[in-house]
Design a protein around this ligand. Structure first.
Ligand code: IPM
Ligand code: MG
Length: 353
């Protein structure tokens, strides 16, 4: 067993450190190998996804990633920017299925900007296709057009097989939950997603137990705020999933709580918090490490088939929250404000191993 650890930029290293403490508590520190990605990759090797990092990730059974990005790299050529490293590793490892849960921990109900009754008990799973769509479609670029003005081009495209494989993941995921699947598209305007809808309907015939519904993305954005508990599993393409998963995360109060898993066809996965690198608070011991720690829990569940460690970690996180410990992003009156390091320590203390 080998885990590639890619701390990345901004708060990446400090949140990863806390997840690594959990791995140490399980006696698993010997299976970790570190490598730079994003801005850190650029600093070390002039490449946001250095060859050695990719090779390590390919050889590993799973990848644990912090976050990438820093505004100081915004002026670099596009291929050298930190985000490119992330997109390339997703594509190179074929991590087409991105699972992003949005779960309301009852202890954090007051951290949500929505009314408690709207979000209490919320438990949504967004399945986001991660290696296709307008993110990767060609042609793309900024060109000079025939009128001699600059024109930006991106291409939304999905092949039938790409839609089918994410559909199977989504239906199988729904089977393990409440058997309700909502596919989000823009089939009234975009042909790409008209095909998406057709392929979902066809694939759905293989899963008669799952109740499949369809929703346009604009309506889904509205329904997520109006009545989020109508959803269980949502499946959508790359760009809509990017946007809706940020929105869904805020229903739960803080994006600092939410983990994610990006899986290939064999459940090899890359695990990372759903939030970004937050360079504004990097190095100040303010970041919330719980999304990263919960991402590690997902690694045990999905890649290593170890539901027990998943439960141990999740229960430890819940205990810490129940006892009132909070990082700044989730703190409210009457709670106990602590830093990133201490939050990591608290989780270890509550791990019942
Ligand atoms: C995410 C992020 C990335 C994305 C960026 C950093 C490239 O927003 O993981 O949601 O757009 O996929
Ligand atoms: Mg995003």
């Amino acid at each position: 067993m080998k885990i590639a650890v890619l701390p990345g930029d901004g708060i990446g290293p400090e949140i990863i450190k806390q997840a690594v403490k959990v791995l140490k508590a399980f006696g698993l520190e010997n299976i970790l190998e570190y490598a730079p990605i994003g801005g850190a990759g650029f600093e070390a090797f002039k490449d946001p996804l250095p060859k050695s990092t990719l090779e390590l990730a390919i050889a590993a059974d799973a990848v644990l990633l912090g976050a990438v990005g820093h505004w100081k790299y915004d002026k670099l050529p596009r291929d050298m920017r930190p985000e490119r490293g992330l997109l390339r590793i997703r594509q190179s490892l074929n991590l087409f299925a991105n699972l992003r849960p949005a779960i309301m921990f009852s202890e954090l109900i007051h951290a949500s900007s929505l009314k408690a009754e709207v979000v209490s008990g919320l438990d949504i799973l967004i399945v986001r296709e991660l290696t296709g769509d307008i993110y990767f479609g060609e042609p793309r670029g900024i060109v000079t057009n025939q009128k001699n003005e600059r024109e930006g081009i991106n291409t939304m495209r999905y092949s039938e097989s790409e839609i089918k494989r994410i559909a199977h993941v989504a239906f199988k995921t729904a089977l393990k939950r409440s058997k309700k699947l909502c596919s989000v598209d823009k089939a009234n305007v975009l042909e790409t997603t008209e095909l998406w809808r057709e392929v979902f309907i066809e694939t759905g015939k293989e899963y008669p137990e799952v109740e499949l519904s369809h929703m346009y993305v604009d309506n889904a954005a509205m329904q997520l705020v109006k009545n989020p508990k109508q959803f269980d599993v949502i499946v959508t393409g790359n760009i809509f999933g990017d946007i809706l998963s940020d929105q869904a995360s805020m229903l739960t109060g803080s994006i600092g709580m939410l983990p994610s898993a990006s899986l290939d066809a064999n459940n090899k996965g890359m695990y990372e918090p759903s939030h970004g690198s937050a360079p504004d608070i990097a190095g100040q011991d303010k970041a919330n490490p719980l999304a990263t720690i919960l991402s590690l829990a997902m690694m045990f569940k999905y890649t290593f088939n170890d539901q027990e460690k998943f439960n141990l970690i999740e229960n430890a996180v819940k205990s810490v929250l129940r006892e009132g410990f909070r990082t700044e992003d989730i703190s409210s009156e009457g709670t106990n404000l602590i830093g990133c390091e201490e939050m990591g320590d608290k989780v270890i203390e509550r791990l019942e191993i």
